[in-house]
Design a protein. Structure first.
Length: 83
């Protein structure tokens, strides 16, 4: 697992190919970091070969803003990896 807390977008992009584990990528459609949320989410999820969850109306922290939408998807993703 790579934990990036203070890297630039360019630094993070260079590391995306290093991720080798199954990944669930979650992004809110109102995340202020991106002007084209869907294009960015598509780019990142393709680079990671990740399952993508776009949370309609959520901002930068969809897991806290809308846990009722995010939690079931996270749990299903984790369960699928245990089998």
């Amino acid at each position: 697992m790579i934990c990036v807390l203070s890297s630039t977008k360019e630094q993070v992009e260079k590391r995306l190919n290093m991720v080798k584990l199954p990944t669930l990528f979650i992004m809110g459609t109102k995340d202020p970091d991106w002007s084209d949320h869907r294009a960015e989410a598509q780019f990142i999820s393709e680079k990671l070969s990740a399952k993508l969850l776009m949370v309609e109306g959520a901002g930068h922290y969809p897991q806290t803003e809308m846990p009722e939408k995010v939690t079931p998807v996270i749990l299903d993703f984790l369960k699928s990896k245990l089998n």
